[in-house]
Design a binder for this molecule. Structure first.
Ligand code: TXA
Ligand code: MG
Length: 332
């Protein structure tokens, strides 16, 4: 089991050394907690897949401390991608770009492009800076959960997910609860126009307003970049998630605060708005499992702003039992 630490400067430095030595470090970001490894170390990256139980054809996002390191990993970067990076980094946005030779197949799952993100969290940024000060170039980090499960937004949730799979030399940094609560917006920047592959806190409206573009005509379906996390069941607690159903007494219930709790159900979250909805969603799903609740009914928010990303996660979360019944592996 890895040690869990609060984040003093010396702890962060030790964690950066651990990364450099090829160990894994789970760290907080503003979206969700990530499970990090030196993105240039094949063995370390292989352990990410082992610990998560993740298929090796799912690429990893490389985290860097600033846009200055972008051209180490990516080439032929379109002008609009530079603009997006300047506007929204550090922040909850991942850019998919053509890779350089530094981004090896073991990080990109053999694709010719690489996902890059500069997170906006003091601990993540300090860790990345310390790592880079020691000669590191980037930290590959997926969400720190077992494959197909709910992303962790606290260090306790990381322990629940991965505690049994990490080694004594691995580390878990405790940086409180992730403010945003859902994973970054992923934008494919390998074409003439940006295409959102995974919605997030940076919304299509924000990108359209910023780039003076109409994104509506481009969508993930028309795009052939492979992003396995886009497909099938994901983000699933043990409980069955049902959207807009009819709850029975004893079921869990998640909805915006102005929607009353159906009688006999267990209210798991009452967010006041969509920002709070994103922040509390994953901890509410985890709470259901901790309470042994078998079925969670959710009233999704309207598909507007960050509501689009919340609906995206909820739909995948609710697909779990479908894939169980059809005997198709999660996320395929
Ligand atoms: O907010 C986040 O993005 C978090 C934090 C830790 O940064 N990370 C995260 O990573 O959510 P992960 O691996 O759980 O989800 C990333 C998704 C996966 O579905 C993966 O297939 C896709 O991004 N992805 C990564 N690199 C890609 C690439 N080069 N091309 C297409 N999709 C990619
Ligand atoms: Mg994930």
């Amino acid at each position: 089991m890895a040690s869990i630490s609060n984040c003093t400067a010396s702890i962060i430095k030790d964690a950066a050394i651990a990364l450099k030595e090829g160990h894994l470090v789970a760290f907080p970001t503003e979206t969700v907690y990530g499970l990090g490894a030196d993105a240039t170390n094949e063995k370390a990256v292989a352990r990410i897949y082992e610990v998560k139980g993740r298929p090796t054809d799912h690429p990893l996002i490389v985290h860097i401390s600033s846009i200055e390191l972008l051209d180490k990993w990516a080439r032929d970067i379109p002008e609009y991608a530079i603009k997006l990076a300047r506007a929204f980094w550090p922040g909850p946005m991942t850019l998919i770009l053509p890779r350089t030779a530094l981004a090896k197949d073991f990080v990109t799952a053999g694709q010719n492009n690489v996902g890059i993100r500069v997170p906006e969290h003091t601990v993540a940024l300090e860790l990345l800076k310390e790592f880079e000060a020691q000669g590191g170039l980037g930290v590959a980090a997926p969400s720190a959960n077992r494959f197909g499960k709910v992303s962790p937004t606290t260090s306790e949730a990381v322990v629940d997910e991965l505690g049994n799979y990490l080694s004594p030399n691995d580390q878990i940094l405790n940086g409180g609860s992730s403010q945003i609560g859902i994973e970054s917006t992923i934008i494919d920047c390998t074409k003439d126009v940006p295409v959102i592959l995974r919605p997030g806190y940076i919304t299509s409206e924000m990108i359209e307003n910023f780039l003076f573009l109409d994104l509506a005509k481009f969508n993930a379906v028309s795009n052939n970049v492979k992003s396995p996390g886009l497909l099938g069941a994901h983000y699933s607690p043990t409980a069955q998630v049902i959207l807009n159903g009819v709850p029975q007494p004893g079921d869990g219930f998640i909805a915006l605060a102005d929607i009353p709790t159906p009688s006999g159900t267990v209210r798991l979250a009452s967010p006041k708005n969509n920002t709070e909805y994103a922040h509390y969603l994953y901890s509410a799903l985890r709470l259901a499992d901790r309470k042994g609740i078998k079925t969670v009914h959710v009233i999704p928010p309207v598909q507007q702003g960050v509501g689009v990303a919340i609906n995206n996660r909820l739909i995948k979360s609710a697909q779990k039992k479908l894939s169980d019944f059809s005997n198709v592996g999660e996320n395929l």
